[in-house]
Write a protein that binds this ligand. Structure first.
Ligand code: NAD
Length: 482
């Protein structure tokens, strides 16, 4: 057990409904002051094997409950998440430094919404039934088996629920491997599943390091689905493990989204949204990190943008005045600094920021870079920090060309005042999601995922339920049964 801000957080694995301590542990530091806040079980092959065995044992009964039976338990879990928002938010804020007020107001509550939405969706599934060739045909969803879920540190609780909720609703049992840089809120989720009355083994957590517990989990022959969110590099290695066992997997990977601003747009709104891309210290896969602005409004945009960034406040994420939190970990800060050093060496222009503020710690100044060319590393690679690039374009064709010029394709943001342009550019940009004159709003039934190295497969709505199911065609000869 660890105590984080007077909240008790179990530090063991959660396997078969029991807490299991690890023979070895790893330390968790808070990004706010870099102090050790917990010692967490460091999962190995044997912990993974136990969790997979527990998930396999629980699977037949959970699958047999049917969508309605499972929905009642998922709704109970959603209620418990809602009742524990403050506790979960406080722990997650200390663990990974997202603004506490955002966690309390929306991020943790979204976890509850995920369970409610999937309880409803799974229960409302209509089997497709039709006649042909003198038979009655039916399409049936079969729960596919134990699912491995692996999540990153930048929204660990919400992303774990986003992937776990459809799996459980579809009738799979789950083994979750939380991120080692922010493992604590998922430990609280495990307790809530027990309180909600989930049978032992339906939901399991194995804590640990990616290359150890994570790699063992995705290589297990007992796992029938793998759902991963994280970096493209890890996605590649998980894809190889999935291929070895012929296990379907989805991968939601990194992003390098454009934020395109046309001269006909509401420049105040566009510039405010651009300055807002530094939220969560830029550690947001969906962020529009490449600002592409029509040449004719370059100065007008930059004036507004700089005013917006000047108003940002770097500070403690528990303080209501703070708008920019520290980065997650010293290793990640070093990674961000590496991008800036290489940008300087490459001859890219650092327009603002490009260093740590005087307060030190893990904070980094909001940084804007005008690249020497579109080939600059800082344009082509995800930094995952408070670093935006700035480029201009002459016309719509060039805007789309620049938008589509990286290997990523997770999301894009477009600002325009013209409906025809919104339609044209919205269709022409290669990305899983394109937002026009808005950002981050999304209906949970819509598909979500990436193009190119931003991912494989789609989550969201029925797309996720299909992923966690094996579709079966059942054909019965007409008149052959009484
Ligand atoms: P990461 O790939 O380093 O780690 C993600 C998870 O994978 C962690 O739990 C880690 O322990 C585990 N892992 C690492 N190596 C593994 C292995 N060999 N086998 C199995 N598991 C392994 O990513 P990160 O640094 O935690 O997260 C940042 C990345 O996640 C960024 O690229 C970001 O864009 C991406 N991300 C994408 C989305 C999306 O929806 N597309 C959402 C959030 C974050």
């Amino acid at each position: 057990m660890s105590t984080v801000a007077n909240i008790t957080v179990p530090s063991g694995h959660f396997i078969g409904g029991q807490r299991v301590e690890g023979a070895e542990t790893f330390q968790v530091i808070s990004p706010i002051d870099q102090r050790v806040i917990a010692e967490v079980a460091r999962g190995d092959q044997s912990a993974v094997d136990r969790a997979v065995d527990a998930a396999r044992a629980a699977f037949p009964e959970w699958a047999a409950l049917g969508p309605e039976g499972r929905a009642a338990q998922l709704r109970r879990l959603a209620e418990l998440i809602d009742a524990n928002i403050d506790r979960i938010a406080t722990v997650e804020c200390l663990d990974m430094a997202m603004l506490e007020r955002s966690l309390k107001a929306r991020v943790i509550a979204r976890g509850a919404r995920n369970f409610r939405a999937y309880a409803d969706l799974a229960a409302s599934y209509q089997e497709r039934v039709w006649g042909s060739n003198s038979t009655q045909n039916r399409v049936i969803r079969m729960p596919s088996g134990p699912a491995a879920v692996i999540t990153p540190w930048n929204a660990p609780f919400m992303l774990s629920t986003w992937k776990t909720a459809p799996g459980l609703a579809a009738g799979c049992t789950v083994i979750l491997k939380p991120p080692e840089w922010a493992p604590l809120s998922c430990s609280l989720l495990a307790d809530l599943t027990a309180e909600a009355g989930f049978p032992p083994g339906v939901f399991n957590v194995v804590q640990g390091i990616g290359e150890e517990a994570g790699a063992a989990l995705v290589s297990s022959t007992g796992v029938r689905r793998i759902s991963f969110t994280g970096s493209p590099e890890t996605g590649r290695s998980i894809g190889l493990a999935a291929a070895a066992n012929i296990v379907p997997f989805t991968a939601e990977l990194g992003g390098k989204g454009p934020l395109i601003v046309f001269a006909d747009s509401d420049l105040d709104a566009a510039a405010a949204k651009a300055a807002g891309q530094y939220d969560d210290a830029g550690q947001v896969c969906l962020a529009g990190t490449r600002l592409l602005v029509e040449e004719s409004v370059r100065d007008a945009f930059l004036e507004r943008f700089h005013a917006g960034v000047d108003a940002q406040v770097l500070g403690d994420p528990r303080d209501d005045r703070t708008t920019i939190s520290p980065l997650i970990h010293p290793d990640h800060l070093a990674r961000v600094e590496g991008y800036i050093e290489r940008a300087r060496a490459n001859g890219d222009t650092i327009v603002r920021g490009g260093r740590q503020p005087e307060m030190g710690g893990l904070w980094y100044e909001p940084t804007l870079i005008e690249p020497r060319s579109n080939d600059s590393e800082v344009v082509q690679r995800e930094v995952f920090g408070p670093v935006l690039t700035f480029q201009t374009f002459r016309d719509e064709r060039e805007a789309v060309e620049l938008a589509n010029s990286t290997r990523y394709g997770l999301s894009a943001i477009v600002y325009t005042g013209t409906q025809e342009r919104a339609e044209r550019v919205g269709r022409a940009v290669r990305a899983g999601t394109v937002w026009v004159n808005t950002f981050l709003v999304r209906d949970l039934t819509a598909p979500f995922g990436g193009v190119g190295i931003s991912g494989i497969g789609r989550e969201g709505g029925d797309y996720a339920l299909d992923f966690y199911s094996d579709l079966k065609t059942l054909q019965i000869l007409d008149g052959s049964t009484a």
